[in-house]
Design a protein around this ligand. Structure first.
Ligand code: PGA
Length: 259
């Protein structure tokens, strides 16, 4: 990737680690990443909601270089939405990045492109950065529909955004068949789709925006696959699930991304 885009590695813990475990994990993670690495790569952790306050306190008290993230939010500030999470409340907790449109949210909890777009707007409204996910299923890939699916999701997710917002956000390409399965897209496949996403962003928002937007790959990323992925010109980082639960492995991923 060009040096103008700072790599970003994000750990999506999903529904794992209670708040005690979360505190230990962030402390161990921070300790195992050499300080100077944080100048070269942004690192975010996305704990479950019940952990966020505890993790925020540790990050603040120990002055850790980790960016606090969330995995999801609602688009309204408040109201009668039992069980939902207000983006305004996340911002109050100093959350910097919010994942939205993860395929697990889309497939298991019925999130549509339209809902994802509303969330992206809400995340920006509260001064946070969206990590907007997109990706194709195995059937779609085998039918040769990868680009069509991904670019439709991206266009819908970016609807009615300002160019400077798009330039500042993160898009995560996560082929659904590679998430939690141990199967990774080849670095060439990841590059091809990330390049197509950047091209679509450029066509809609201009080449400066395309050059600035950061695109992550996600799906069974491990330390062993990071170097090749990060060598791709359009891959600017990784959204890491399973491997982010192990501070040693996640730290290696971060350090490889910084090299
Ligand atoms: P995985 O998850 O690394 O466990 O495949 C990635 C993700 O869902 O963000």
């Amino acid at each position: 990737m060009p040096t103008s885009r700072k790599p970003i590695i994000s750990g999506n813990w999903k529904m794992n680690l209670n708040h005690f475990e979360a505190i230990q994990t962030v402390q161990k993670l921070h300790y195992s990443i050499p300080k100077e690495v944080f100048d070269k790569v942004d690192v975010s952790v996305h704990p479950p909601f019940t952990d966020i306050r505890s993790v925020q306190t540790v990050i603040e008290a120990d002055d850790l270089d980790l960016l606090l993230g969330a995995q999801h939010c609602h688009w309204d500030d408040k109201g009668a939405f039992t069980g939902e999470i207000s983006p305004a409340f996340l911002a109050k907790l100093d959350v910097k990045l919010v994942v939205c449109g993860h395929s697990e949210r889309r497939d298991l909890f019925g999130e549509t492109d339209e809902m994802v777009n509303k969330k992206v707007h809400a995340i920006f409204k509260h001064g946070m950065t969206p990590i907007m996910c997109c990706g194709e299923s195995l059937d779609e890939r085998e039918a040769g529909e990868t680009e069509a699916k991904v670019l439709t999701q991206v266009a819908a997710g970016l609807a009615k955004l300002q160019a400077d917002q798009v330039a500042s956000m993160v898009i995560a390409y996560e082929p659904i068949w590679a998430i939690g399965t141990g199967k990774t897209a080849t670095a060439d496949d990841a590059q091809a789709v990330c390049k197509a996403i950047r091209g679509a962003v450029g066509a809609q928002f201009g080449s400066d925006v395309a050059a600035a937007v950061r695109i992550q790959y996600g799906g069974s990323v491990k330390a062993g696959t990071t170097v090749e992925l990060m060598a791709q010109p359009d891959v600017d980082g990784a959204l890491v699930g399973g491997a982010s639960l192990d501070p040693d492995e996640f730290s290696r991923i971060v350090q490889f991304a910084a090299d």
